[in-house]
Design a protein around this ligand. Structure first.
Ligand SMILES: [Zn+2]
Length: 191
């Protein structure tokens, strides 16, 4: 039995300075170019979708509407969670000097992200939404540079869709006790 249920929607930032455009092609290049050409050398990018500064929503890795993460849908956003997650990123997340994490979401990005989160919950009523920094393997990352739980509450997302740390621990235990194979997972790092 495999466990490739879509359990998590993980929010990210590109960790680029406020006001700087980042395109889908930038993400693909940064993540999949060989390491000796300045990329990370991954086989797949880290996010399924990106929200541009002007609020445009652009798909990077296609996915279908069911409750499972197929191999072809995987994005490498958080090591250990990718087989059960969808990853969405907004362009920004650092101050203009590129020194400190900052919530740089534009009015347009805020509007798009709210629609995106709420639509994803309508599609997948049991999904849990979290920030990269809340994931078990976040390794001290600030991404996405805002308090996701607080923001979700402020836009009226139901409590049952807001991730708490214990949620992954419970799910991991139940997976460990029942599954004989692990979720589809690439063993690359994260962003
Ligand atoms: Zn991230």
């Amino acid at each position: 039995m495999t466990n490739n249920k879509l359990n998590y929607l993980v929010l990210h930032c590109t960790a680029t300075p406020e006001g700087r455009q980042v395109s889908k092609d930038d993400i693909i290049r940064w993540h999949t170019s060989p390491v000796n050409q300045g990329g990370r050398g991954w086989n797949r990018p880290g996010y399924a979708d990106i929200i541009y500064l002007n609020g445009d929503l652009v798909n990077i890795i296609p996915f279908n509407t069911d409750d499972f993460v197929d191999q072809w849908e995987i994005s490498n956003g958080v090591v250990g969670l990718n087989g059960n997650s969808r990853h969405i990123v907004y362009a920004g997340g650092m101050d203009r000097e590129n020194k400190h994490p900052l919530d740089t979401r534009t009015k347009e990005q805020l509007a798009t992200l709210e629609v995106y989160v709420k639509y994803t919950i309508k599609r997948h009523p049991k999904i849990l939404v979290l920030g990269h920094n809340e994931a078990p393997n976040a390794n001290g990352k600030a991404c996405p540079s805002f308090n996701v739980g607080e923001w979700l509450r402020s836009i009226g997302v139901p409590e049952e869709n807001i991730y708490r740390k214990a949620d992954t621990e419970v799910k991991k235990e139940s997976v460990a006790s029942t599954a004989t194979t692990t979720a589809p997972e690439t063993n690359e790092t994260d962003v």
